[in-house]
Design a protein around this ligand. Structure first.
Ligand code: OGA
Ligand code: MN
Length: 287
């Protein structure tokens, strides 16, 4: 029996109703959730009561959680103890209060305001991201999602055939350099070397194709850098046309799950004097 879902945007993003994610599920329910992910690209679960452990346990039903990229910096003090937890908050690790304007953690997270796909810069790329809201500001700070499947479908035939076999190089350092941030140690560079992935991603279960390129992509392999960057910019635009975007307005207790292989996302600005405590787990695309 299919799960009860409510579509949030035509053909893209849906709310799953009536599930408590702290409960254990039969394999059949996990398979239905995977089907719903394949259909909608983004799933929203409201009114959840997750702690870091139960959030990670839920993610594990779909794949191995990856390690937080900022944990590779020697001597770094992180706010969240578990290595799988990505701290998407604006909170200081020492005080728990909103961080200062120049905080390094803030500088790195500002890169999330650019359209991106989580962990496309890893050799084994990110699959599903699961972001849970513990605290949200009174306004702003929404997250937008673009449907890169519909973006692909609408490309002119000539562009589809042009990109069919092309690959792009991705790096975390590139998306941060776009905003003028480059404070990464030799250890971080060594742990996070650039990756190369096809510009077109294919869902192995449905065969549906998507654009797979965003702000981590520095260039297209075997193409002059400026030409490749223009192509990347055009493809990002195609996947984020206003009518392809679902904007999620956060409430405490929301878990939003998206498939990084067929969506782009970005965070929107908010008054950073208010706490915004969002925590993410991302699974690796090992299948
Ligand atoms: C993320 C992300 C955007 C936001 O968690 O991967 O990009 O709105 N978040 O905080
Ligand atoms: Mn992200």
């Amino acid at each position: 029996m299919p799960l009860p879902v409510r579509e949030l945007h035509p053909g893209f993003a849906a709310e799953v109703l009536g599930l408590d994610l702290t409960q254990s599920f039969p394999d059949e329910t996990v398979a239905e959730l995977q089907d719903a992910m394949d259909r909608h690209g983004v799933l929203v679960f409201r009114g959840q009561h997750l702690d870091d452990h139960t959030q990670i346990a839920f993610a594990r039903l779909f794949g191995p959680p990856e390690r937080y990229v900022l944990s590779y910096r020697p001597g770094i003090k992180l706010r969240l103890a578990l290595p799988e937890m990505v701290d998407v908050s604006n909170l200081d690790a020492a005080t728990g209060a909103p961080q200062g304007r120049d905080a390094r953690h803030r500088m790195v997270n500002l890169g999330n305001r650019l359209w991106h796909t989580d962990s496309s810069f890893k050799q084994v790329r990110g699959a599903l991201s699961m972001l849970f809201a513990h605290a949200v500001p009174p306004e702003g700070g929404e997250t937008e999602f673009g449907d890169a499947r519909a973006g692909y479908d609408r490309l002119p035939v000539a562009v589809k055939s042009q990109i069919e076999t092309l690959k792009a190089q991705h790096s975390l350092m590139h998306s941060r350099a776009i905003l003028g941030f480059s404070d990464f140690s030799p250890e971080e560079h060594a742990a996070l070397p650039p990756s190369v992935h096809p510009l077109v991603s294919v869902n192995p279960r449905t065969g549906r194709k998507s654009i797979y390129v965003a702000s981590h992509a520095s260039h297209v392999v075997d193409m002059p850098v400026p030409e490749g960057r223009l192509l990347i910019a055009d493809l990002i635009e195609a996947a984020t046309k206003p009518d392809l975007v679902y904007r999620h307005a956060w409430r405490v207790g929301d878990l939003v799950v998206w498939d990084n292989r067929c969506t782009l996302h970005r965070g929107l600005a908010f008054d950073e004097s208010y706490p915004r405590d969002l925590r993410r787990v991302t699974t690796s695309d090992v299948t």
